[in-house]
Design a protein around this ligand. Sequence first.
Ligand SMILES: [Zn+2]
Length: 602
Amino acid sequence: MKEFSPDKAFWDLTFFYSSPDDAGLQVALTKASELAKQFRKSYYGRINSPAGTPAKLTHALQQYERLQLEVLKPYLYAQLLFYSDSSKPEHTRLVAQVREAWQAIHELTLFFELEILALDEAAYRALVQNAAVIPYAHYLNTVRAHAPYTQSESVEQALKRKDLSGKEAFVQLFDELTAGFSYRYQFPGEEKERETTGEELLSLIYHSDRTVRETAFATFLDKHAKNSLVLTSCFNNLLLDHGKEAELRDYPDLMTPTHLSSETDPEMVEQMLTVTEEHYPLAQEYFELKRQLLGLDKLKNTDLYAPVGKEARQYSFSEALDLVIDAFRGFSPEMAEIVERLVAEGKLDVTPRSGKSGGAFCMGLYPGADPYVLLNFTGSLRDVSTLAHELGHAVHYVLSGEQNFFHYHAPLPLAETASVFGEMLLTRALLESEPDRQTRISLLCTKIEEIIATTFRQTVLTRFELAAHTRRGQDLLAADEICDLWLSENAKLLGDGVEMIPSYRWGWSYISHFIHARFYCYSYVFGELLVLALYQKYRAEGASFVPEYMKILRAGGSVRPGALVEPLGIDLADPDFWAQGYGLVGELIDELKGLVEQKGES
Ligand SMILES: [Zn+2]
């Protein structure tokens, strides 16, 4: 095992600037602003015009890319500084400054996409078929997809302004209200109640003591129930806002804007959700197994993520990194080399500390610049899995760096492909090398629970959201109606075997996806099922599958998801494709059953 050098446990941000005071940063902002003004001067009114030649459009796209890169560098640097230490006022100040600069540039350049939208179809077709424009065609097509629903520039501008006191105001209210929530809770092993955060309470859902899991979650939810007036109002108004916008833009259905940005087909998504619902009994089979493993008479929803068996072992970061790199290498040496390079370059921030952002993420920058990964590694098995997840994202960003600026980011349904696949490689490698039966049970449970959370549960969330939007129509939904709707959608998945704790009525009220984006959750279902299917293919085809898979990652956001997986013989319109993923879940459950039945043998 190579020892991980502790000086590589922090981000090296000198790739951007030597410090927040680096003169280069202000120079970049000024230059970006000048380029944006120049861009407007050169192209405003000239894209959607008889003079809008392919050469002009190509040149505009290149200039657009140049100015975006100029502002992105300080912008991303400020974000990363803030995530690494939000307690420093100079970091907060810098974030505010770059955001303002970014916003100003956005306003100056907004006309560009609007003019592409306004082009008449024949003129657009002629432009996009030109050889010089073809490398940008996918981006242009995704912009154009909104054309049938776009209003005139003045209406669009008015809508955007009214959003500030409408939709965005409710989002802001929700964020500020819930960020200000503080809770009182007596933690296990502590003598009295103390103030705590929601995140800390929610993390107790993995605690080994059943009462702790239930009381912590109930404390969290009860705070939301006490604020039901505001939370219900935020939710209701966002439903109304979306309904009105759908009417105004004449969307064929409420999910249209999500389909447009996710590049998914409505029929395909509906099929995926239906197939998932048909497999709810599979989840229920697992819940029953979990009940037995925990030795309970009846499972509550707060027991679903309870640890099974003895305390899992702890991992040092060096060990964890070795495990992940080896698992990746077993699949593709290129993947392992990418990770080793990122570690050596100081692209990882490893352990928790005060002022550092919580959770974990991988931030992609732009083509030609390696991504940064933030972790809060504490040595648990879950943390090792998170490491595989984020490094999977990182590999994806490095490979999609072969695309141009416009096609660098994969669309939402593909954004979790490499991360979930990375986790799958790790789980399989661990299962194969782990001699201890109890640890293998625990590994399988964690994997199955993660799959249930990203497929079945996200389907429940999507169905609930859809039902709430449909039901809202012109009538306000009373808090109780929303709660009942939530419980009934959850009951379909949980079945008779799992009892929901009374406070779970309010489970809908803290899910920020419902507030920040419409119908975001189905992307998780898509991502997970796609990975399960890809993994099945890998098992069946072995090494010949590897380059095919890497090609998907290299494509970034240059191809629609459906077209991207077509060469692999995957047809997203075929219900059997989605069912296949659940075949693998069934196998994992059987594997777990086998281990459970071996009781007493090890
Ligand atoms: Zn992820």
